[in-house]
Design a protein around this ligand. Structure first.
Ligand code: F6P
Length: 499
């Protein structure tokens, strides 16, 4: 495609050469917004590269598509829907924003009622949901709910009964609120977990188990049909995609456990990032610059993966959250017009927690044969209260790893040599509060969007998850047209009754 040619023709200097050549490199490739310092100076982006990507963005009408998304147009073309997650934080089409506000008010009123004892004594929240209906709330509660958490929260996603039994062991059924989170209210894993949780409550003589159920869903009728009282159904809009839904009623466990004020701060932080994304020129636009770096490595340097490492225990779930956000959104092979994309799309997102990962997987990052753009996410403010200098060690390690990846080291012994010139970016948060976390997550959402627009794909559908679901359902019903290998596995596991 001709509009990529300028990008593909960019000269390939090393990172150290780029630093030597441009004394103002930090000015060009760092920026501060919404309590986050972004540093892409240790990537191969240059002024020319950014100009070339900005030209591509213009050719792909990024600004128009961004405005169309915020304006409520049906940018999710394959599902003929608007994309409404920004409306949850007050940034979007007026009627979408008004509806989101109504839904939030309903959620807040229910939380107030629960706190006032309307459902009896509640000490714990058992949230069942999967994918986007679990990863977001889990990240929020884990990151922000370390102290002054008002309720014990368990987020159970896996259909493996062990996950649910672990939660049963922790909680008293008499004082547990069962929260069923499912956009469609049909997802097999979630409905099975919900049924088993009801059974657990019943077996323990909870008087009215269904009276302790809250539903978070875009299909309220199905929730009512299942047995949830209409007053305890918290809806959200169809236009809010599962992996973009933590801002909606899907964020209920965070809102109840952390308190409504924190939930609102989360939304405000995200709204601040929305405005930054909408109003900043591309050369100063954090999601756009991050996406340019992503695309430089996937398209020009053929990187197949990217690896975010959270140098903060509170963000240990961030890499898994980003895996769904990025891979489910941009793991596509056709354009919005149904044509083959003809180039690589999303990198495989993996990652982990620093410093643990340094002693496990960083060997490959420093000396392996794969090019892996690394992303360090760290927080300046210390949270632990230990007398020893843990936080100082944590941050210094993050920064030293980035420097080492870039610098490398030559030694006489090839086994002890490091090639260097390995890219990384750093996101340094002033503090980890609800507002900054909201901004951080919104940054990632918009970065995914920019990647999608420049690749010409729809980031908001996920048809790739359907076939496996259909085949599992067919097998469960004793049918399915399975190959001999799969039939053999089914028989070996003793599941062949109906086949
Ligand atoms: O299988 C993929 C998926 O549809 C995700 O996109 C979604 O977040 C998850 O399943 C859960 O779906 P639901 O919220 O409808 O239960």
């Amino acid at each position: 495609m001709s509009d990529w040619s300028a990008i593909e023709a960019l000269p390939s200097s090393t990172l150290l050469e780029l630093f030597d050549a441009d004394p103002s490199r930090l000015d060009l490739l760092t920026l501060d917004t919404a309590g986050i310092h972004f540093d892409w100076s240790k990537t191969h982006l240059t002024k020319d590269a950014i100009d070339a990507f900005a030209a591509l963005a213009k050719a792909r009408n990024l600004a128009g598509k961004r405005d169309a998304m915020f304006g409520g147009e049906h940018v999710n073309v394959t599902e003929d829907r608007p994309v409404e997650h920004t409306a949850e934080r007050g940034e979007g089409k007026a009627d979408s924003v008004a509806r989101a506000r109504q839904y939030h008010a309903r959620m807040r009123a229910l939380i107030d009622a629960i706190e006032a004892g309307a459902l009896g004594e509640i000490r714990s929240v058992l949230h069942v949901g999967i994918g986007g209906s679990a990863l977001g709330p889990h990240l929020l509660v884990d990151a922000l709910g370390r102290d002054d958490r008002r309720y014990d929260v368990a987020i159970v996603s896996n259909v493996d009964g062990i996950a649910l039994e672990d939660a049963f062991d922790r909680f008293d059924p008499a004082t547990t609120l069962l929260v069923i989170a499912s956009k469609t209210f049909t997802t097999t894993e979630t409905m099975l977990n919900a049924n088993s949780a009801i059974q657990w409550m019943t077996e323990h003589n909870v008087e009215d188990p269904y009276g302790k159920v809250i539903a978070l869903t875009a299909s309220p009728d199905k929730a009512v049909e299942w047995g949830v009282d209409e007053t305890r159904v918290l809806p959200f809009s169809e236009g809010v995609g599962g992996r973009y839904s933590l801002w909606s009623s899907i964020g209920f466990p965070a809102a109840i456990a952390l308190g409504w004020d924190k939930f609102e701060e989360l939304l405000e932080g995200a709204a601040e990032m929305d405005r930054h994304f909408r109003l900043s020129a591309l050369h100063e636009n954090a999601p756009a610059l991050a996406a340019f770096a992503d695309l430089y490595y996937t398209q020009v340097r053929h990187a197949e993966t990217r690896a975010p490492f959270a140098y903060d225990e509170r963000l240990r779930l961030l890499p898994s959250y980003l895996q769904q956000l990025e891979m489910e959104s941009n793991g596509k092979a056709v354009t919005v017009d149904g044509q083959p994309v003809g180039r690589p799309t999303a990198a495989i997102t993996w990652g982990g927690v620093g410093t643990d990962a340094q002693h496990a997987v960083f060997q490959l990052l420093h000396q392996g044969t794969h090019l892996v753009p690394v992303e360090f996410i760290a927080v300046i403010e210390q949270y632990d209260t230990l007398a020893e200098d843990h936080h100082r060690q944590l941050l210094l390690n993050a920064f030293a790893q980035g420097a080492a990846l870039m610098k490398g080291k030559q030694a006489d012994d090839p086994a002890r040599s490091y090639s260097g010139d390995r890219p990384s970016s750093t996101l340094l948060l002033d503090t980890l509060d609800a507002r900054t976390l909201g901004a951080l997550i919104a940054f990632y959402e918009h970065r995914v969007f920019v990647n999608g627009v420049l690749l010409g794909i729809n980031s908001f559908d996920q048809f790739g998850v359907e076939l496996g679901k259909e085949m599992a359902k067919a097998a469960d019903q004793g049918g399915g047209d399975f190959d001999v290998s799969t039939q053999d596995l089914i028989r070996r596991a003793g599941l062949a009754a109906g086949l």
